[in-house]
Design a protein around this ligand. Sequence first.
Ligand code: EPZ
Length: 417
Amino acid sequence: MDKLIIKGGRKLKGEVTVSGSKNASLPIFVATILAPGINQISNVPFLRDINTTIKVLDSLGACVEGNGNVVKIDSASIWNHEATYDLVKTMRASVLVLGPLLARFGRARVSLPGGCAIGARPINLHLKGLQALGAAIVLEHGYVEATCKRLKGTRINFDISTVGGTEHLMMAAATAKGETVLENAAREPEIVDLAQYLNRMGAQIEGAGTDTIHIQGVTELSAANYEVMPDRIEAGTFMIAAAMTGGDIRINGMKLEHLDALAFKMQDAGVEITSRDGVVRVKGPKRLRSVNIKTRPYPGFPTDMQAQFMAMMCVADGASVISENIFENRFMHVSELLRFGADIVIEGNTATVKGVRKLSGAPSMATDLRASASLILAGLAAEGTTEVTRIYHLDRGYESIEKKLAGLGADIVRVKE
Ligand code: EPZ
């Protein structure tokens, strides 16, 4: 296994370019199941989760060429309607193949995803929605078996805002008979990207990005090419890296409007953020100010940036109250940050962070994707050397992050453990 070694204290400078979005690529790859044909998907990041999604599509019989930047997916040869446990357990988002397989073949058998480090992450709302569309669902031996000759459009109201649930039902309803209305839908930019791809395939979807999405079912879709949106969480992670090191960087290829909630909170903390001709400049202050955050569904503060923002508050002036309202166990990074000399107290879903003058570098271990990013950020700002092990978590969602940070002047290397 690899680990990262970071020598902290350098101010980041220079330019970096953001890769394509992991969380937009995954559902778009899955949507290719809906229609036979060759789809060319571009601006795809080279990530472990992309490779896993390709393995899932391969197992269903699709022919996939490439594993990043440009990926060609020929879904005409898909014949298998079963996604097995060993694939789904590797990456929960694979469960999204259920709806598209059901829509195309009238049946599907997909392993239940199980939980992960950050929470139980049930899919009850996905299944409830598919049943509302007319699917017969049976759960046995850890698998979901779904059958339906043809799904039928209906109104679906989500109890809570779910990104995957909204994506799943948008895909399933695209070829259902009649209209489907998704109420209390999630509004994330990745959902808008998926809807744009589906419409390019011939779907009729309106309202993606709002909390009410209208889907007029069509009889058939056709393969389409698409360029994936930039990864807003990777972009936000670089913004915080600049802020924490008192650096001054320019980020190419990101959409600042996808990160309003984060940018406003960073500006409250004293960070200068400007955007011109598609380039975002981020300048960290001598000393950051503490700011409170509450994670919320989009356009609220993104839960995927909570760990990174906490790392930043560890070196801010004053106390910051951080509440995690999306997942039940997303403070796994706290115990590791304490080893850098951070001052953090957790009470339920709230962490109080008292800024310290300086963090000190330490050996640490990644536990989940975004927690590993927060440890790297702490290492960049800390005095001395930091090691981060189990960075396979990191490779799920960040493309060559150590190379990109080194390109900004960080002293960071990847070594074999
Ligand atoms: C997506 O996960 C993202 N993953 C997550 O990013 C992100 O944190 C999350 O949305 C929230 O923004 C991908 O897009 C691949 P949810 P998803 O359904 O769809 C509960 C990362 O780091 N819920 O919006 O699984 C659920 O338990 C990852 O890139 C139900 O109760 O998230 C959670 O508490 C981590 N029943 C809340 O809703 C359901 O049927 C939000 O989950 C579905 C969800």
